[in-house]
Design a protein around this ligand. Sequence first.
Ligand code: CDP
Length: 210
Amino acid sequence: MKHITIAIDGPAAAGKGTLSRRLAETYGFHHLDTGLTYRATAKALIDTGLPFDDEAVAERMALDVDLAGLDRSVLARHEIGEAASKIAVMPSVRRALVEAQRAFSKKMPGTVLDGRDIGTVVCPDAAVKLYVTASPEVRARRRYDEIVASGQAADYDAIVEDVKKRDDRDMNRADSPLRPADDAVLLDTSEMSIEAAFQAAKRIVDAALN
Ligand code: CDP
């Protein structure tokens, strides 16, 4: 059987995680949320209490990340996400994490990786590439609903600002900026439910695999 990788990229809170998990379940593939590798590196760095701008220390943390032990519930904190997008601009951190991600992508019978640079850098030869997006307002609303549903207080306007700031940092960094690969299929989920987005993604994958 031919090995298959599905690459899913897109901005913060576009719904890549849910889509990727469901696609992986549907096809029986392994799933890696690459954002968690950046978050785990950021958390390790926060835990050391060392300064944030020391790229050599950050690289060491990145080399130590264990892909088998990634858990979003431990890495969900807002502060960790912010820190992740800051260390994600460091080329030596990216090099270390991309190497681990590439090794993961080769697992049999197939893999789904989601992130910012999967179709462009990590797995440029992926059989299917999806670029999942939605307007900043819709993405902020989804994040707001998630936080409120978990019983915490949230400020919608602050979240919109935050989403835009994160987009700016992810799209305008020098190393591996967020952008759709030339051969990616765009999926704008602004007007779609999670179920509709999943069905649309599945149609795209089925069409590419047949
Ligand atoms: O906070 P959110 O769930 O949207 O993002 P995440 O997927 O957890 O990733 C956190 C940060 O890691 C992002 O803002 C990116 O800057 C960075 N990242 C990256 O540079 N490349 C990836 N393949 C995945 C994440």
